[in-house]
Write a protein of this length. Sequence first.
Length: 314
Amino acid sequence: MASINSSIIWKYCEVLRLTTNMRLATGSEQSTAQELRSFSDWILQISEGRCGAVVNDKLFVDIPPDLIIPVLENPVEDIVNTIYPNLVQNFCDPSFFQDRAILAPTVENVEEINNYIVDLLPDEEKSYLSADSICGSDAYSDVDVDWITVEFLNQIRCSGLPNHLLKLKIGVPIILLRNIDPAGGLCNGTRLVVQDLGTNVIGADIVSGSNVGDKVFITRMNMIPSDTVIPFKFQRRQFSVSLSFAMTINKSQGQTLSTVGLFLRRPVFSHGQLYVALSRVRNRNGLKILLCDEGLVDAAKTENVVFKEVFDKI
């Protein structure tokens, strides 16, 4: 009922239909027209919940065998070797990270992959700790702040907020979590490669967006999370970045990549997530999916979440 087509103003709206997948069109040189059309139709069917079978009130879609990454011993190692082949040898080439990423539904899965890759890489690791504090407006509210210690604030993790502990190495890819300088290309979702690690500043080269190749410097900034689950306001002063070997599906919206690995240790859990993940890639050959959820109905199926009411009256 919260969707616009349930509103009383819907009868005054005009529906415009988009017919061409522009992201796939840019990868047409690597695929035939028939392959592109077939892949585009499959993605569209997934977005609208028109393919798959319902099992126990859940919609499951079949994943083509050629897109599935076989699970050997360690699922994280399997998907890293597929999406980032010869990682250590290619580590010094910034373009290697420019058009590839691993996507996962949850922050926990993303951090598991990012930490695994960082530990594989050479060079010295540098750690940055945030400064967290309760906001003054809540310090005198009805919230009992006596139990909210600095250590407790340090442990809070939520979407769009960098962790208290940020571990970086020169050469690793990062992604911005806030708009810093839109005119200079530093927007939420911009990807960069770290080149310098100072005490209070990070030097990096932009590898996505309209300012590719520009060298920029990032400083710490104060951030207040907007997550309504947290019953009080607190401030974290930290670099507004996170590693981007892997990123959440939600964070990947707006990204266009040549190689995408979808890591499904657990299935997607919100409307359109599976569609967003599958549609980041330029062509079918660049998409690989690893299914390792213990509750899988079938080794070649995964759950898709679509609220079909959204498409009523369209």
